[in-house]
Design a protein around this ligand. Structure first.
Ligand code: BTN
Length: 248
């Protein structure tokens, strides 16, 4: 496995406005970024492995040292769009631009990325208030190779040749920085185009797993909330996740 180097990962990015940490091991890149003071515009933390990687809803994120991506970016987001959906979209776009192919990694609400119906990327967004300003910590995990597999876990696998880790990280960082600085005008249309379950029946499950609602996915609103056509009405769902028959 080729180890990440600052030179490759950071190529073309401005060190004057980014504090950069490239680590061998850490408990969680999100926790590490959270604890660092934001003195420049961005803090970027990347590690070859995590000993306590965290997923959404308090789950563990399996983070072995096998050439996957574990990274966090901390910054003040001044855009009005929902960051959690935007980040998935930016990563799906970065996969296409870096590989030079229309991989079209599918977006699954709110922010999973799937290739061949398997989850290859997870996103965990946290926020902190510091000196009255909201700071976001965007955590991204992308699987290249996983020794221990759950049925729904996927990996970049065959695409690794056209998607070298360092280039993908660089592409994602460029995308996020450009978004933070310029926004994304038609993000909702772009998100829906890459969504893999438009017009499909799914089950929306609440964060505590207690409530579930079945309906046809009718896209999202300007706040990134799910529009779900149930048997009786159009429901707006703001949190939780969804499961689709035959996928997960
Ligand atoms: C999910 O449950 O889908 C979200 C997974 C997020 C994992 C990434 S890996 C880098 C960053 N550090 C963490 O501890 N978690 C996120």
């Amino acid at each position: 496995m080729h180890k990440l180097t600052q030179k490759e990962v950071f190529k073309g990015l401005n060190p004057e406005n980014i504090d950069f940490y490239l680590l061998n091991t850490v408990d969680s890149t999100n926790t590490y970024a959270k604890e660092k003071l934001l003195t420049k515009d961005y803090i970027v933390v990347i590690s070859e492995q995590q000993t306590a990687g965290r997923g959404r809803q308090g789950k563990e994120w399996y983070s072995p040292n096998t050439g996957n991506i574990y990274m966090s970016i901390k910054f003040r987001d001044k855009n009005p769009a929902p960051l959690s959906l935007i980040i998935g979209l930016l990563i799906s776009e970065a996969i296409d631009s870096v590989s030079g192919q229309k991989v079209n990694a599918g977006l699954k609400w709110p922010n999973d990325l799937l290739i061949n119906k398997k989850k290859i990327c997870g996103i965990l967004i946290e926020s902190d208030i510091n000196a009255d300003k909201v700071e976001c910590i965007v955590g991204i995990g992308i699987n290249y190779s996983l020794p221990k597999k759950e049925s729904w876990w996927g990996e970049i696998g065959e695409l690794a040749d056209i998607l070298p880790r360092e280039k993908l990280i660089n592409g994602i960082l460029r995308g996020i920085i450009s978004y933070a600085e310029n926004g994304y005008e038609n993000w909702k249309d772009a998100w829906e185009k890459r969504c893999m379950h438009m017009g499909i029946e799914l089950k929306a499950v609440s964060n505590n797993q207690k409530d579930a609602e079945i309906g046809i996915f009718n896209g999202i609103n300007e706040e990134g909330k799910m529009l779900l056509q149930t048997a009786t009405k159009l429901k707006i769902i703001s949190s939780g996740e969804c499961s689709i028959k035959g996928i997960y």
